[in-house]
Design a protein around this ligand. Structure first.
Ligand SMILES: C[S@@+](CC[C@H](N)C(=O)[O-])C[C@H]1O[C@@H](n2cnc3c(N)ncnc32)[C@H](O)[C@@H]1O
Length: 616
């Protein structure tokens, strides 16, 4: 071990995956297991914990029909894990189950997990799936079909999504379809074994990977998946063709046979585009569950306004919308004689007031602005902004809730930004219904409409984070979250739309049933919940939103919303996912309820708004 470790570390590797035990020796009775490992003193405790991942004996078969093999396997598994714990290893790699029926293996692992302190168990899973032929689609189940994800799924279901059980993928020379690969990005994949067999040879005789493998490895880098090189060198690179590095010159250190592979993986890493500035800022928010803001019920803090105000893209879109509305409303010939009354309702600290005044300047229209804001703290800043900018003659500040303000005149244009990640979830419909009393009959609302969207997602990380609260309420709450370790399983579909002004007297309650088709080549999949987005039409063709297909580039005011499922739903290939969403109100609150009815029925989540609601 000391030599193996020092050779690997000095060759640029971070850690080794090593078997921990010698062959099991039994005494004459065949019962007691005699010394099974070398001393823990061969390397230091910190070397064990920082640079060694344990590899559990690959021969173990805990579901063997052979009782002796099964029992020996169980003893060995427990003994090796106990030894790995003694060494404080960070992780151990478990061999892939020998058969699809892995109940006993999962039972033993589950038992081990119950008493495991910090160590992770990485179940080794080959990245393999038989491709679906059209004929296979007709006969629903073909016994010849193999999808390693299904085996992993059974195993982790048996272990109840234990957060210390994760995956080490074995990357084979050929890869399954892109959409089936996508599923793994919603799984707790910690490592990927890249076997030397999976490498190709470039024109200069060096190892390289196919384009598809390169893309996959880049995806792994982006998801903090460790790459493990395994196998023996398949590329005979003559020493003469090696670059002349100090290391190569030094005859005392034999060059590591896997070094060319490591160099290639390092090259793929270095070649990656650096994260854009905004993504770097948001890095810490990846997969971090946050409660949605309640700007109506609560008063936002200065910091929150500060963050909004940095998003110049959002205000540019508003300015474009106001420009178009002003030009439509006032023909050029009346521009110098007619004053447009524009009300910013929910003005915050004033960025939409500024955008509106800039639009007036840009289009040469005359504007009178009312800035209506119910947060008394933001009103303080609004007043000082107006003084600072010398806008006293143009802007009137109103410290009032728009739903009860008695306006002295009617508005030509009502500008608001009361949108949440799911569009209507910050109660824009209710607020604007209250405000439209003071909009002229032919007045314009910016935004003129907004629509929410959802799509089923697989995300074991978020599921486990919600589960860690150990209560029902957290499973019946929607979260704002920058989704990262997520597999988006089907294209988004529209849920609720609201248009303004709205003189229809229709309720703002809504109900929508949606049916999602997961592409059959994905294979089976697990739905942990639904990702939600919105798109808003500000005015005519000016829109703003986060729906992935139409998202406004470089806008960062909103992360998606996530509606979890109490029990994740496994979906067989070709089976539709039917989901229902309700928007309800009662008392002084508005809430969503949701459920799945196909392929199996889930409970109705958040019945009567018992766990999560937005205050009116
Ligand atoms: C999402 S913030 C946007 C603020 C500002 N327009 C911006 O872009 O920075 C919504 C603002 O609307 C205010 N607001 C929400 N409901 C309101 C209501 N019914 N009447 C007046 N202001 C309201 C909140 O206090 C908050 O300042």
């Amino acid at each position: 071990m000391p030599q193996v470790l020092s050779h690997n570390l000095s060759s640029g590797f971070d850690f080794v995956v090593a078997t921990l035990t010698c062959l099991v020796k039994k005494d004459n009775n065949g019962s007691a297991v005699l010394p099974f490992a070398a001393s823990d003193l061969v390397i230091t405790p910190s070397q064990w914990s920082s640079h060694v991942v344990g590899k559990i004996s690959s021969w173990i078969d805990l579901d063997s029909v052979n009782d002796k093999l099964r029992i020996d396997s169980e003893i060995t598994l427990k003994q090796e894990i106990a030894w790995a714990c003694h060494l404080s290893l960070q992780a151990c790699v478990l061999p892939f189950p020998k058969s699809a029926s892995c109940g006993n293996y999962a039972r033993c692992v589950n038992q081990i997990l119950q008493g495991l302190s910090n160590m992770q168990l990485w179940l080794r899973v080959p990245l393999e799936k038989s491709e679906v032929m059209e004929d296979d689609m007709k006969d629903s189940i073909n016994p010849e079909m193999f999808d390693s994800w299904e085996c992993w799924n059974s195993f982790r279901l048996l272990c109840e999504h234990h957060s210390q059980l994760s995956v080490a993928l074995d990357i084979l020379p050929s890869l399954p379809s892109i959409s089936s690969l996508g599923r793994w990005f919603g799984e707790p994949v910690r490592a990927a074994f890249l076997h030397t067999k999976s490498f190709l040879t470039n024109a200069r005789g060096y190892p390289c990977l196919s384009k598809r493998h390169q893309k996959l490895v880049a995806g792994f880098f982006d998801h903090s998946v460790q790459i493990i090189l395994s196998g023996t060198s398949k590329h005979n690179i003559s020493p003469g063709s090696l670059p002349q590095t100090k290391e190569a010159d030094n005859n005392a250190i034999p060059r590591h046979q896997l070094r060319p592979y490591l160099d290639y993986v390092a090259y793929l890493y270095q070649r990656m585009d650096p994260l854009p500035e905004q993504d770097r800022i948001e890095h810490g928010y990846r997969d971090f569950l946050q409660s949605p803001l309640q700007p109506l019920m609560d008063n936002l803090e200065a910091q929150t306004y500060e963050t909004f105000e940095k998003d110049t893209v959002k205000y540019t879109q508003y300015q474009r919308a106001v420009c178009k509305a002003l030009v439509d409303r006032i023909p050029d010939e009346n521009a110098s004689t007619t004053t447009v009354v524009l009300m910013v309702v929910g003005a915050g600290r004033g960025p939409l007031v500024r955008a509106s005044l800039q639009a007036a300047e840009e289009t040469g229209r005359k504007l009178k602005v009312y800035a209506v804001e119910k947060n008394p703290n933001a009103v303080v800043t609004l007043h000082s902004l107006i003084k600072l900018e010398g806008w006293e003659k143009l802007v009137t500040v109103v410290s009032c809730d728009m739903r009860c303000w008695e306006a002295p005149e009617k508005a030509d244009i009502l500008v608001s930004e009361l949108l949440g990640s799911f569009g209507d979830n910050e109660l824009s419909p209710e607020c604007l219904d209250g405000a439209q009393r003071f909009l002229k009959e032919d007045g314009i609302s910016i935004p003129s409409s907004y629509t929410s969207f959802v799509q089923p997602v697989s995300t074991s990380k978020l599921y486990n984070d919600v589960k860690s609260h150990k209560d029902l309420a957290h499973f019946e709450t929607a979260y704002v979250v920058k989704l990262h370790r997520v597999a988006r399983l089907a294209p988004t579909q529209a849920v609720f739309t609201f248009a303004h002004p709205n003189y229809s007297c229709e309720s703002n309650d809504r109900y929508k049933k949606l049916c999602f088709e997961i592409p059959p080549e994905t294979g089976s999949a697990m739905v942990h919940g639904f990702a939600g987005y919105f798109d808003a039409t500000l005015y005519k063709d000016v829109h703003l939103g986060i729906e992935p297909n139409t998202a406004t580039p470089n806008m960062f005011s909103w992360f998606p919303i996530f509606f979890p499922l109490r029990t994740p739903v496994t979906v067989a290939p070709g089976s539709p996912v039917e989901v229902h969403f309700w928007r309800c109100h009662g008392g002084a609150k508005v809430w969503y309820e949701w459920c799945v009815t196909s392929p199996s029925a889930s409970p109705i989540h958040n019945s009567g708004g018992r766990s999560y609601w937005v205050g009116l």
